[in-house]
Write a protein that binds this ligand. Structure first.
Ligand code: HEM
Ligand SMILES: *[C@@H]1O[C@H](CO)[C@@H](O)[C@H](O)[C@H]1NC(C)=O
Ligand SMILES: *[C@@H]1O[C@H](CO)[C@@H](O)[C@H](O)[C@H]1NC(C)=O
Ligand SMILES: *[C@@H]1O[C@H](CO)[C@@H](O)[C@H](O)[C@H]1NC(C)=O
Length: 536
């Protein structure tokens, strides 16, 4: 009796301690069967349904949602990691609700560019725009209507895109915008004259570029002149990733949600008062395409606020990074100043002050180091993913089967960071990299591997405006100012970069740079201004 009780007590004790293991052990047969069945199901779903001609499927460690979580956390950095590990030109990732095809080589990207109909941008862009803009039911229907198919050119997205490209192509319509931008840049730089200004660099350029771009595009009634609209827009921009994925924005990102509501209100009033009639051709055609399809002033205003993401969210961090890369390298700063001074013309005013005028056209055509510096900035700091939607089953390069409904991502920084195209110095900032002779081995290796503005039919429509503003802004800033970081004993410490703003093509710094910006030594009394006239 005694020994029996004792034995039972011992058993209960051990069951307490290792209950789980014993239970599993006892049911080991059923446990293993379950695991095998789950694995088989998983393979069935994602491997055996796969056609041999499809690109290779890369399975995440956490089934299904693993990739989605990582894309949210790391943005396109996640694709860089996988691309480096698997070394494939194209691969598929399973995500909830479908698969994403990732393309990683310039050669295959050029094939994607050749099939804008089967591998289209508009259907994806429409979904993103609709989600961010919080449109009325009718407005939403307009944006999502006929984004693909035979009569897609009648749908809002494709129709408006044709005219966006036309109004932003080189010519008088674009010049009207770049001229206003240049005048605004003159004014902003003049505000720094004669004194030392302590500033947050990113914050400062947000305002300077934000105001100059929107004045150029929206004209004298520009809603951004209301600080509530301007601040609202940037709160919206800061919260984009969350606004895109969460169903109830007012709960999950209240700052961005109420910010965009302020911006919407300003733009709705602008269209109600026909402010766009005094604005650029760009805003006029955007208004016309939406109004023709019955959109309300409020919906048109909302669509405009989302458009400004495209206009500002990349130029501002790019000028930030370019400024950082130039000032941390005294030799580069000196070389750029020398290059620009050669194209600047000097005029003396009656009061003895000197005005240096730089023509926008000369910056574009006769300042190769400046352009190369901006290009190298792009190469280092683009995080952007171009997205495509496979609208009909197609074979890429006669080799890779892509099924209708597949989403395709083209992460530009995968090619921008691959030593195969950029050589062993891929991770170094070399402002002269883009000055290499086009016939040199380096230039040949990098051919097609530089895509800051995407490519193909949906190549960035705003690239001319963006380059003009960045060249002008950077030139005026470095000619007129010296700057020193307030912290780190004046050292230019890398501020950290993160690329996980889903909508952005360029990294944001993790922390802003806190700088003392003072008049350039030896040129304290001088002014530097842009002359935007296109003609000689
Ligand atoms: C540094 C500045 C900029 C960068 C890095 C940039 C980058 C890009 C990228 C990567 C794309 C996608 C291309 C593709 O999917 O193949 C794009 C598209 C576009 N961008 Fe930009 N962008 C910039 C500035 C601007 C500006 C200032 C505007 C307007 C004034 C603009 C308007 C557009 C438009 C309308 C599209 C869609 C084109 C289409 O689908 O046909 N962008 N941009
Ligand atoms: C710079 O802009 C100001 C006004 O903002 C303008 O008066 C001036 O003419 C511009 N400079 C040149 C050279 O165009
Ligand atoms: C939204 O943006 C604000 C800054 O404007 C930031 O403090 C906040 O963390 C962001 N919220 C989310 C959910 O991203
Ligand atoms: C900079 O890049 C653009 C493409 O975005 C290219 O057309 C241009 O030739 C490059 N220029 C220099 C000097 O690197």
């Amino acid at each position: 009796m005694n020994s029996f009780t004792l034995g039972l007590d011992n058993f209960e004790l051990s069951l307490d301690r290792t209950k789980l293991w014993d239970t599993l052990h006892e049911h080991r047969a059923i446990v293993s069967i379950t695991i095998v069945v789950l694995l088989a199901l998983y393979r069935l779903l994602f491997v055996y349904t796969q056609d041999e001609r499809e690109p290779k499927l890369i399975k995440p460690r956490i089934p299904l949602i693993g990739h989605a979580i990582n894309v949210y956390r790391f943005g396109s950095r996640h694709f860089v990691g996988i691309a480096k590990k698997c070394g494939l030109p194209i691969y598929l990732l399973p995500v909830p609700g479908g698969r994403i095809a990732i393309v990683t080589t310039p050669e295959l990207l050029s094939h994607v560019d050749k099939q804008p109909k089967a591998i289209a941008f508009a259907p994806i862009a429409a979904l993103v725009i609709d989600k961010l803009s919080g449109l009325s039911k009718a407005g939403s229907k307009t944006v999502l209507d006929r984004t693909m198919g035979p009569d897609k050119m009648d749908g809002y997205m494709n129709a408006v895109m044709v005219d966006i490209h036309a109004t932003l192509a080189p010519g008088p319509k674009l010049e009207a915008v770049t001229t206003q931008v240049a005048y605004n840049l003159n004014d902003s730089m003049a505000e720094l004259h004669g004194e030392t200004t302590r500033m947050n660099l990113l914050y400062w350029f947000r305002h300077v570029f934000g105001m100059s771009s929107t004045n150029g595009i929206y004209g004298p009634e520009n809603p951004f002149k209301d600080p509530k609209v301007e601040a609202g827009f940037w709160a919206f921009d800061d919260n984009i990733s969350d606004l895109l994925i969460t169903p109830k924005a007012s709960l999950t990102c209240p700052t961005g949600d109420s910010g965009r509501a302020n911006a919407w209100a300003g733009f709705a009033k602008y269209f109600e008062n026909s402010g766009h009639l005094k604005g650029s051709e760009l805003v006029k055609i955007r208004h016309r395409h939406a109004a023709e399809r019955g959109c309300s002033d409020l919906d048109i205003g909302k669509l405009e606020v989302t458009m400004i993401i495209g206009i500002l969210t990349n130029t501002v961090p790019t000028i930030f990074w370019a400024t950082y890369y130039v000032y941390r390298d005294a030799d580069l700063l000196a070389s750029l100043r020398e290059e620009i001074s050669k194209i600047a013309t000097l005029a003396k005013k009656a009061d003895g002050s000197r005005i240096w005028t730089i023509k926008n056209v000369d910056l574009k055509n006769s300042a190769p180091l400046l352009t190369a510096t901006i290009n190298e900035t792009f190469r280092h700091r683009t995080c952007g993913i171009s997205s495509r939607f496979v609208t009909e089953t197609t074979t890429l390069k006669d080799q890779y089967l892509l099924k209708k409904g597949t989403i395709m991502e083209l992460p530009n920084n995968v090619i921008h960071s691959n030593p195969e195209y950029w050589g062993p110095t891929v991770n170094e900032f070399n402002p002269k990299r883009f000055l290499a002779d086009p016939r040199s081995a380096e230039a040949k290796a990098a051919r097609g591997a530089f895509r800051p503005f995407g490519g193909g039919a949906s190549l960035c429509a705003g690239r001319h405006q963006a380059m003009s503003q960045m060249l002008g802004g950077l030139a005026l800033f470095i000619m007129g100012n010296d700057c020193t970081p307030v912290h780190n004993r004046g050292e230019w410490k890398f501020p950290g970069a993160h690329g996980h703003t889903i909508a952005a093509a360029v990294d944001l710094p993790s922390t802003d740079l806190w700088l003392d910006v003072s008049p350039r030594k030896g040129y304290e009394a001088d002014f530097w201004v842009l002359n935007p006239e296109a003609r000689e």
